[in-house]
Design a protein around this ligand. Sequence first.
Ligand SMILES: Cc1cc2nc3c(=O)[nH]c(=O)nc-3n(C[C@H](O)[C@H](O)[C@H](O)COP(=O)(O)OP(=O)(O)OC[C@H]3O[C@@H](n4cnc5c(N)ncnc54)[C@H](O)[C@@H]3O)c2cc1C
Length: 433
Amino acid sequence: MDAKTVAVVGGGLGGLAAAALLARGGCAVTLYERSKHLGGRAQTSDVEGFRFNLGPHALYRAGAGMRVLGRLGVKPRGGIAGQSGASYALRAGRLHTLPRGPVSLMTTDVLPLTGKLELGRLLASLRRIDPNTLAHVSLREWLDLRMSREDVRALVAALARLGTYCGDVDTLSAQAVVTQIQLALQANVLYLDEGWASLVSSVESVAREAGVTLELSARVDRVVIQSGQVQGLRMGDGTVRAADAVVLAGSPGDVSSLMPEDTVLAREAAESTPVRAATLELGLSRLPRPEALFALGIDGPWYASVHSAFAKLGPEGGAMVHVLKYLATPDSEATEAELEAVMDVLQPGWRAHLVARRFRPSLVVSHRIPTAKSGGLAGRPSPEVPHVRGLYRVGDWVGAEGLLVDASFASAESVEHALLRQRHEEPRLAVGA
Ligand SMILES: Cc1cc2nc3c(=O)[nH]c(=O)nc-3n(C[C@H](O)[C@H](O)[C@H](O)COP(=O)(O)OP(=O)(O)OC[C@H]3O[C@@H](n4cnc5c(N)ncnc54)[C@H](O)[C@@H]3O)c2cc1C
């Protein structure tokens, strides 16, 4: 039986997972990555001995990513966030205990008693909500419907930002928010030892063992199509590589630019509003307040977390801290001073212990907000490109399951199912046919 030849464009976690799954299923897979290294947004840099992810990265232990990683035999190593230390709600420049369970809800002064009761009722009912019933409901509509108090709405909107990175309450589907909160309630998130590069290298090893050919510094220019059927790829150097199927694992804009005459893909790219954030990574020789490990902005879109308190991310005794601003619109940016001000509240005096830092005014966290208007998660583009035979896509903007990297892994799995199903239906499909 001929193996199906598959070209994967993009060597982030989504492309790597798709390549590994397809190769294990018997396809002959080549992955092309334009950059010199694999990982995409899951990259980790070493700065003065500190491991800096591209902004704070947390893996949902109950999410689709863990399911797919489990199938690939990858067991991420790291620590569960929030198992020790103090977590705060940041409001009007002051820290309050963050309500994360019944005890902290009772003791916090961030809400008065009536607010605590309202939040408590909501949290108790959250596990029973079917998120799919909220696909067409915006976060704003859901907050207004379920909560009578403005301070409770602000707190839940902050938890929504934490889970989705999106602060656009008018656009974001409440389905995405409830899905993420339910995942976090099932099992708190994992921070990874040595950063997300460790995950990238584990999935890379599985892909190599399964026979995937990995080509780095290999920019793909075009998908070659004939009579509505994929024929292969044209590379940046002008050469053509034949393939029975092509999996595009970049952004909606990348996909559209590889198919420049395709108006459907161009429209999808134009309709995909990305979620963006500004990030500040800090490596400190020590923490001025060792117990203060987490802060979430309630009246502003702030996040700060000492990731090294739970995962190995720097020298012994040092601290690796992620500070982030959730950006309101795709074209907004933050200043470094805004993010430093959050640290001044959580860790006053941190500057005296500074060893390493890196600031990014705006990064794409995920390529598409699942909007209420488009029907939530199911309104995102499908993994199979319906009007081109043999063309598929993978990413955090694709498919009906999961957010962030969970969507990348889930869409990789959907492509695997679609292609392997097809392969069994057409066992003698010739290479390049
Ligand atoms: C600040 C920040 C915080 C985040 N926090 C979290 C978190 O807490 N939890 C979580 O689950 N996720 C988080 N994410 C999102 C997560 O990083 C991404 O969802 C995930 O890494 C996406 O993987 P991917 O493979 O789909 O895409 P990418 O990592 O973007 O990979 C796409 C790859 O395709 C390559 N490519 C594109 N076009 C071409 C071409 N023409 N030829 C060759 N190669 C091409 C690119 O170079 C790139 O390497 C965060 C992201 C950011 C930026």
